[in-house]
Write a protein of this length. Structure first.
Lengths: 213, 213
DNA sequence: TAGATTGTTAATCGATTAACAATC
DNA sequence: TAGATTGTTAATCGATTAACAATC
C-alpha cells in the first residue's frame, strides 16, 4: 500500500479545516457540502475536495460530508489523538506565556518541563511547573519521554541547545528563536519568526498605500 | 510607471534575505554572489536573482551584489525605515511577552499602548507602559496615530475588537487570536495561529514515523 | 428515478528552475 | 580582453481551478 506524499501546502490548510469543522460540530451541524464549506471559509469547493481526497474518500455523493466524522478524521491525520510531551527552553516572557497557555494542553501538548540558563530563576513555578537549570536538560528529556523541544531563547543560544535536544532524541523543535536551525533529516522544525511576520505586515501596509496613489 | 504586483511568496522570503544580509554585513562581508548566498541559505541562486529582480537590478554583472546596499534596499522595501505605532489589546501573558520584547522597538515597531478588558489590570506597568481600560481604546488610537493593532485576546472577543480597531483607522492587525478576521479591503491582517503551527509539527512527526516503517 | 454532490481527470495558472545573452 | 555573474527569457514543475462522469 503506497503512501503518497502530501504537499506542505495541503498540510498547512488542515488545521484551518479542523477548526471550522470543530465549530460546525459544536453548532450541531450534521452534514456539509464542499460548496457550503467553500462559502464559509472563502476557498474554492474544488480545493476542499482535492485536499480531502488526498487522504481518501471522506464524503458521499449526493450527500456531502458528515461533519463529526470529517472532524475526527482530520484530527487523526493531524495526530490530535496522540499526546506529546514538551519542554520549553527559555523561561523568559515568551516561554512563560506559552507555559501558561492552557489550550495546548487540551490538544494533547503537555508541557512537562521548563528550563533556563539563568539559575536565579531555578525553582520558580509557572502554572505549577518549576524552572530547572540547563544541566538537567538531558536527563529530564530521557526520563520524561519528551517529544518536542520549544526554543524561546535569544538566537545566540538556539543552535547549541537545538543540538542538545536532537542528541537526546526529540522528534521536533518548535523554534521561536530568530535563526535557522540545522537538524538531521527526520527531526521536524517549525519556525515561528515573529519579527518576520511583522515585516510582512509592514510591507503590505506600504504596498497598499502605494497602490492608492 | 507601472508597479507590478509582487507575489506573497516573494514577500514571505524577503525577511529571511534581510536577516542573512544583516549578518553578512555585521561580519564585514562586502559583496556576495547569488551562488554564494544560495549555498548559505539553501535556496537556488536562480530564485534569489528572480526575487531581487522583482524590485529592479540590485546587482552588477561579473561582481555580484553589494551586501550593505542590498541590505538597505530590502530594508526599504520592507518599510524598515519607517516607524509604526502599535497598541496591544490583551495584556495577558502573551500580550505582556510581546510588550517586553525589545527587538520590535529596534525595528521601528513602537508599542504605545496596552489595553485589557479586565479593569483589575488597569494601571499595571509593563516595561513602563500602563495597561488601560478598553473604553479608552478609540481615543488613544486617534491621539497617538496608531498604525497597527495587536490582538492577544481569546478568540471570542477578537472580531468585535478588530471592528473597533478598523473603525479608528488602523492600517493593519497582527492577530494572535485563533479566529479569522473579516476586515475591509486595504486593512492588512497577519495571523499568528500558534496552535496551527503545533498541529503541523504534530502531523510531520507522525508522517516521518510512518515513512520509516 | 431525479437531484445532488462527490471523486477524479483535465485544463489553467503561477511559481520555480534552467539556460544563456548582456555586460561589468 | 577574458572571466564572472547578473538580468531575463524559456522550460519545467507543482498547485489550483474547472469540468464532468460516477454514484449515493
Amino acid at each position: 500500500m503506497e503512501e503518497k506524499e502530501i504537499s506542505q501546502a495541503v498540510i498547512g490548510r488542515l488545521p484551518r479545516y479542523f477548526r471550522y469543522l470543530g465549530e460546525l460540530k459544536d453548532q450541531g451541524v450534521e452534514r456539509i457540502s464542499s460548496q457550503e464549506l467553500s462559502r464559509i471559509m472563502h476557498v474554492t469547493a474544488s480545493q476542499i475536495r482535492q485536499d480531502f481526497n488526498n487522504f481518501g474518500g471522506f464524503g458521499q455523493q449526493g450527500y456531502g460530508y458528515n461533519v463529526e466524522y470529517l472532524y475526527t478524521e482530520i484530527g487523526k491525520i493531524l495526530g490530535m489523538h496522540k499526546k506529546h510531551n514538551l519542554v520549553i527552553v527559555g523561561a523568559g516572557h515568551l516561554g512563560q506565556a506559552l507555559a501558561n497557555y492552557m489550550n495546548f494542553e487540551r490538544r494533547g501538548f503537555l508541557i512537562k518541563g521548563l528550563f533556563d540558563q539563568d539559575t536565579s530563576l531555578t525553582g520558580m513555578l509557572v502554572r505549577g511547573i518549576p524552572v530547572r537549570p540547563m544541566e538537567e536538560l538531558e536527563n529530564f528529556i530521557l526520563e520524561n519521554e519528551i517529544d518536542i523541544g520549544v526554543l524561546t531563547i535569544p538566537k545566540e543560544g538556539a543552535i547549541p541547545v537545538s543540538k542538545r535536544l536532537v542528541k537526546c532524541g526529540v522528534k521536533a523543535i518548535w523554534n521561536f528563536a530568530h535563526v535557522d536551525l540545522d537538524v538531521p533529516e527526520g527531526v521536524q522544525v517549525e519556525n515561528v519568526h515573529l519579527s518576520d511576520s511583522l515585516m510582512k505586515l509592514s510591507y503590505n501596509i506600504t504596498r497598499f498605500e502605494k497602490e492608492q496613489r
